[in-house]
Ligand binder design. Structure first.
Ligand code: UD1
Length: 344
């Protein structure tokens, strides 16, 4: 019999790509999403790619009773992948309580419900933001967690601590915490991708919208950093590669492949790419120019961070495969698809 997985935030950017990979791997999926930063058309995209329409319930994970009823309706759910969260760094500074409620109360609800629903494991979406500006690059999982620069970053740190304390207190389930570096790109089919509300805050959606002419020009935030070309460097990881890591993590927990009840993995390529290099790679890959100008630094930005992904490579047997150039082409194809559909 197929095993069933609950994916919270499953119509979102990383969530939707993960649902496709879970279904491709033979899992049944139930999505819970409040659609605050996505819409139910995403289900059509998922169905087109995988041939299966996942079970979907519009619900906020703050609704503990609603979650309890859902889990009672699906007693065969064996694992949870918890994506549902608010993720705009700037907004979190102005609305901290919204972030603490959305990102922390929701996790507590799930952890409290897991034992009564006999759920064996939870994969949690964390972020390289927990490292702040690391002292040593590439950064390994043992690097110290630095004081968070925003309420958003703090919620990721607190969530990791909540999971750790709950597991160490003897909770009857396992957890794998995945620290993402910078996920970019879209599914190669062009059926699903990133769809930010309003003006994008992240680099790649802003870049593709500029290339499309929706935005006049891309601002490069600073060229006076201590990097080869002066712009910030990040580890940009293909979203489908990232999604596949979640399936491997889920298999690992459900098949008891590890004795550890809690494991933490960096998910990145191991390569730092600057903002200016990324623009050049986009222009080379797509043949489309991106008007851009250098402006001042963005407050709170980290100068450079990239992963040491060896732990995930060796222990999970997972490696990021797609090149940055192909990934940027996938982001561009998605942007063109949005234009065809008249969405952007
Ligand atoms: C940020 C968060 C990260 C979070 C992610 C998702 C921090 C330190 N990092 O990542 O935790 O998971 O957002 O929302 O808070 N840039 C430009 N021009 C733009 C936009 C971005 O030059 O218009 C540059 C930034 O300065 C940065 C790079 O592009 O160097 C990537 O920025 P972005 O996509 O926003 O991601 P992060 O800031 O790395």
């Amino acid at each position: 019999m197929k095993q069933k997985i609950l994916v919270t935030g499953g119509t979102g950017y990383i969530g939707s790509h993960t649902v496709v990979e879970l279904q491709n791997a033979g899992y049944d999926v139930v999505i819970v999403d409040n659609l605050s930063n996505s819409n139910s058309d995403v289900l059509d995209g998922i169905e087109k790619i995988s041939g299966i329409r996942p079970d979907f319930k519009k619900m906020d994970c703050n609704d503990k009773e609603g979650l309890r009823v859902l889990l009672q309706k699906h007693p065969d759910i064996k694992g949870i992948i918890h994506f549902a969260a608010s993720k705009a760094v700037g907004e979190s500074v102005h609305k901290p309580l919204l972030y603490y409620r959305n990102n922390i109360v929701t996790l507590i609800n799930l952890l409290e419900l897991m034992p009564e629903a006999d759920i064996e494991g939870i994969v949690f979406s964390s972020s390289c933001t927990v490292y702040g500006q690391p002292d040593i690059l590439p950064v390994t999982e043992d690097a110290p967690v630095k004081p968070a620069l925003s309420p958003y970053g703090n919620t990721k740190q607190i969530n990791e601590e909540i999971i750790r304390d709950t597991i160490y207190a003897g909770a009857p389930f396992k957890s794998i915490v995945l620290r993402y570096f910078n996920p970019i790109g879209a599914h190669p089919s062009g059926e699903i991708g990133e769809l930010p509300n309003g003006v994008p805050q992240n680099l790649v959606p802003f870049l593709t919208q500029t290339a499309m002419g929706i935005r006049k020009e891309l601002s490069v935030f600073g060229d006076d950093y201590n990097t080869p070309d002066g712009s910030c460097m990040r580890d940009y990881i293909n979203v489908v590669d990232l999604a596949k890591a979640h399936v491997i993590a889920m298999n690992r927990m459900l098949q008891n492949k590890s004795k550890e009840k809690l494991e933490i993995f960096n998910l990145g390529t191991g390569r730092g790419v600057s903002v200016l290099e990324l623009i050049t790679a986009f222009e080379k890959g797509t043949g489309v120019k991106v008007p851009h100008k250098i402006v001042g630094r963005r407050e709170g930005d980290i100068e450079k961070v990239w992963a040491n992904p060896e732990h995930a490579n060796k222990v999970l047997g997972w490696t990021a495969k797609e090149s940055v150039e192909n990934t940027l082409i996938s982001a561009w194809n998605w942007q063109k698809k949005l234009r065809e559909k008249g969405i952007q």
